[in-house]
Design a protein around this ligand. Structure first.
Ligand SMILES: [Cu+2]
Length: 134
């Protein structure tokens, strides 16, 4: 009986070790997340949208990422083909990336971003949902 308990415990430990090894080898783009600094944005031209890039392993923001693809559309309101302009602008806070956009219609907007993070070979992709308010 004692031997069985011992074996079960060893098996559990082995499993835990295997699992953590597997987790480590799959570390990558999914360790990062884009978060909207503000989800309610004034409808109309010249609004600023800011997203924070966070390393989920540490909870810290990630500065110096290169954001190279962006798309703003109304997918949350069933209008995926309705897009608008979104241009990078200067941000004062490290790890926060700011954009000027024109939310031409009130309602839900989806902001998609792809980025290169230093030391991370995979492309980091993310999206946030915003609401254009009067
Ligand atoms: Cu629309």
């Amino acid at each position: 009986m004692k031997q069985i308990i011992f074996n079960a415990r060893t098996a559990l430990l082995t499993c835990a070790m295997l699992f953590s090894t597997a987790t480590a080898s799959f570390a990558g783009a999914q360790d990062y997340e884009f978060q909207a600094v503000q989800t309610e944005i004034k409808q109309g031209p010249g609004s600023t949208v800011s997203v924070r890039l966070v390393d989920k392993r540490t909870g810290k923001t990630v500065p110096d990422a290169v954001l190279f693809t962006t798309r703003m559309d109304m997918a949350p309101d069933g209008m995926e083909t309705m897009t608008t302009t979104v241009e990078p602008t200067t941000s004062t806070e490290p790890g926060v990336y700011a954009f000027t956009t024109n939310l031409s219609m009130e309602g839900g907007w989806r902001f998609q971003v792809a980025a290169k993070v230093q030391g991370e070979p995979e492309t980091v992709k993310g999206e946030v949902v915003l609401k254009a308010i009067p």
